[in-house]
Design a protein around this ligand. Sequence first.
Ligand SMILES: *Cc1c(COP(=O)(O)O)cnc(C)c1O
Length: 391
Amino acid sequence: MSNDWLPYGWHWLDDDDIAAVTKILRHGHLTQGETIAEFEQAVAAFCGAKYAIAVANGTAALHCAAFAAGVGPGDEAITSPITFAATANCIAYQGGRPVFADIDPSTRNIALDEIERRITKNTRAILPVHFAGRCCDMPAIAAIAQEHDLVVIEDAAHAIGSEYSDHGKIRRVGECIHSAMVVLSFHPVKHITTGEGGIILTNDDALYERLLLCRSHGITKDKKRLQKNEGPWYYEMQALGYNYRLTDFQCALGLSQLKKLPGFIERRAEIVRRYNAAFGEIESLITPHLPASRTAWHLYVLEFDLARLDCDRRRIFEELRERKLGVQVHYIPVHLQPYYRETFGARAGDYPNAERYYERAISLPLYPRMSDGDVERVMATVIEVVKRHRK
Ligand SMILES: *Cc1c(COP(=O)(O)O)cnc(C)c1O
């Protein structure tokens, strides 16, 4: 990567991260060893959950969660159109039907009344996404789920370390108080990385057993769970699972990264505060709303009020890229993807808030390794481009 190109996200690795990995490469099991359980326990403790199950990536984590929840053909599950495709795909993997509910433009998260509007007799689950790190209203979502007997799976790929207020009590994302399972991703653009990797958190013993089966071919060697026992070699395949395991050297990297997570979150929050202070003054820019609770910001998305500008979002985007800002768009609404249109019959206009958001959103560089000079360059460049296009 050239020196002056600022990507929208980038990982942070130090010598101690590399040493942690090489230690396992030299001395440990490469896979199915004890570093996996160590990482799982550390993440479970950080998030406040009873169990953590490490898997190959966040998408596999979502798939295992849908599997464990028993989502199957004929079932519907409700999620946000403003997410990565994997959130909806995990329902389709299980033969279920992903159903979208429009966002609340002020939080960019799934709107509560839109969830309620989409519930049918076939609805089985809700998958709220804590977009950019900002928490959904989990107590309210849990109340809807309870009323309609639905399973809640939180997609917290953006939100490890975020907190929210529950009637005055501070809750951590991952405590699984208002959901059955919480899913994390450790892709390098996320808060901490294992290269590829993901985790499912739960407090439920039965779900934990199902998640273990999903991760490893549906096979168990656990004597308490075997239907019979033919000898010391004996194992049983009790479900159609997958090979979604994470390696020990990836978990060693995860353990090392986890120590740095509080510092990463603090630096991300500091950059977000500076961006909001600079962009909040400009009429044509709509900044993310900062909640009172601690937020582990994954993305910084600016919306451009196109009525006040003489061009569209694409022009702004291209001019920012020309000035070496590696901006991105998160996300193209999932219901508009060809696969979703063709398979589930979604159409443009179905989710007006999500579609309006998409037309005017650009993600700016946000990662802890940015220097103060990088942050200032982003602010000055965005302001310069916007002023040139003022009506
Ligand atoms: C990154 C991400 C995923 C998938 O995670 P991978 O580890 O890349 O498979 C799922 N949902 C959201 C919202 C994400 O941002």
